[in-house]
Write a protein that binds this ligand. Structure first.
Ligand code: SF4
Length: 362
């Protein structure tokens, strides 16, 4: 034993084997150009925004719906925000949908309807952070850019056997990825790493035997593949509590409100509720916070919804008003609730109320 440990993967660059693997195993995705063709920046941008925090399988139908409805960035820019939010509903993180729409308008107004090619310019557009800018620059313009997502972080952590926990290891992993980015076929290289991470170097059970980097991967050599990357223990999400008010008019219509443009679920339509706070609401407090006076009746059950920074627990009070005059908000027939851009947390409230509706009498 020499006591010496390798710290670099054998064989230098990885582009050769990675690109050869990609040419044989690339995934066919609706936003991808066929081999050898140039990708449409609009489709690349749209897919990358949708893919943040979500899986390819979840994004596919949304992507198809968006490009079917708005085939080019100018079409999306001309759309009403509410229609965009409506088609987006279910993907979550609605600030992204609002930024998507703002970005489309800015591309049309400031860039003549063509996405800029430079990373720095892309980053000035709403909703485009460093990762997305690098992905668009590489995939749509074949620029030498290095998009580093969780897949690429994992591959780098394993290839170089980096055991510093994430997120602390991030800077080092990005530097490794940047150093391995080739001068040519940059878009294919970026997509190859994404595919490799999604199909071979998976979080659990990596298929090292099918990997083009098997002979140069330090984690594989040391039997550490499955254990890397290390992660700092996650903090528990705090819980917030709220009470929603299901308010019906004499004709059965349900009261809705639109949330303020800025902040969580900005611009989305909601069922009125109390503030979402860290302490639970007593029955008396909730009734006092109600937007109208009514004979409130609790709806059995609870709605749970996980947001990025907290978990929401909501109960529902049901009440009817005799007169709708002067009540802030707008009314929707219950059968038309689907037509509004209701975020998932609100849809869960609708489901809870519908599930508790008394069965019709025969
Ligand atoms: Fe990942 Fe295994 Fe390939 Fe290393 S050899 S990059 S651990 S799949």
């Amino acid at each position: 034993m020499t006591g010496h440990r390798e710290t670099r993967p054998a064989g230098g660059g990885i582009a050769g084997p990675v690109l050869a693997w990609y040419d044989r195993h690339r995934r066919s995705l609706p936003w991808r150009a066929p081999p050898g063709a140039v990708a449409d920046p609009y489709r690349v941008w749209l897919s990358e925004i949708m893919l943040q925090q979500t899986t390819v399988a979840a994004v596919r139908p949304y992507f198809e719906a968006f490009v079917g409805r708005w085939p080019a960035v100018a079409d999306l820019a001309a759309a009403e925000l509410d229609e965009v939010l409506h088609l987006w509903a279910g993907l979550g993180y609605y600030a992204r949908a609002r930024n998507l729409h703002r970005c489309a308008r800015m591309v049309v107004a400031d860039h003549g309807g063509a996405f800029p090619a430079a990373e720095e310019e892309l980053r000035r557009l709403p909703g485009i952070g460093p990762y997305t800018a690098a992905a668009i620059a590489a995939i749509a313009f074949n620029s030498k850019a290095t998009p580093v997502d969780a897949n690429v972080e994992r591959i780098m952590a394993r290839l170089f056997a980096v055991d510093t926990p994430l997120p602390r290891a991030r800077t080092a992993l990005r530097a490794h990825a940047a150093a391995l980015t080739p001068d040519a076929r940059c878009g294919d290289h970026a997509q190859a790493l994404m595919d490799l991470g999604a199909t071979v170097c998976t979080p659990r059970g990596p298929r090292c035997g099918a990997c083009p980097l098997e002979d140069r991967c330090l984690a594989h050599r040391r039997g550490l593949a499955e254990q890397l990357p290390n992660r700092a223990p996650r903090k528990e999400r705090p819980v917030r509590h709220g009470v929603a008010f299901w308010i019906t008019a004499p004709d059965g219509a349900v009261l809705l409100r639109r949330r303020p443009e800025s902040g969580l679920l900005g611009g989305m339509v909601e069922i009125p509720s109390t503030e979402w706070r860290t302490t639970a609401w007593t029955d008396r407090e909730a009734r006092r916070a109600a937007p109208v006076e009514a004979d409130w009746e609790p709806v059995p059950g609870e709605v749970n919804h996980v947001f990025t920074h907290f978990r929401l627990e909501m109960t529902v009070l049901k009440g009817a008003v005799r007169d709708t005059a002067g009540i802030e908000g707008f009314w929707s027939p219950p059968e038309r609730l689907d037509g509004w851009a209701l975020p998932t947390a609100m849809k869960k409230i609708v489901q809870l109320v519908v599930a508790n509706r008394p069965a019709p009498r025969c």
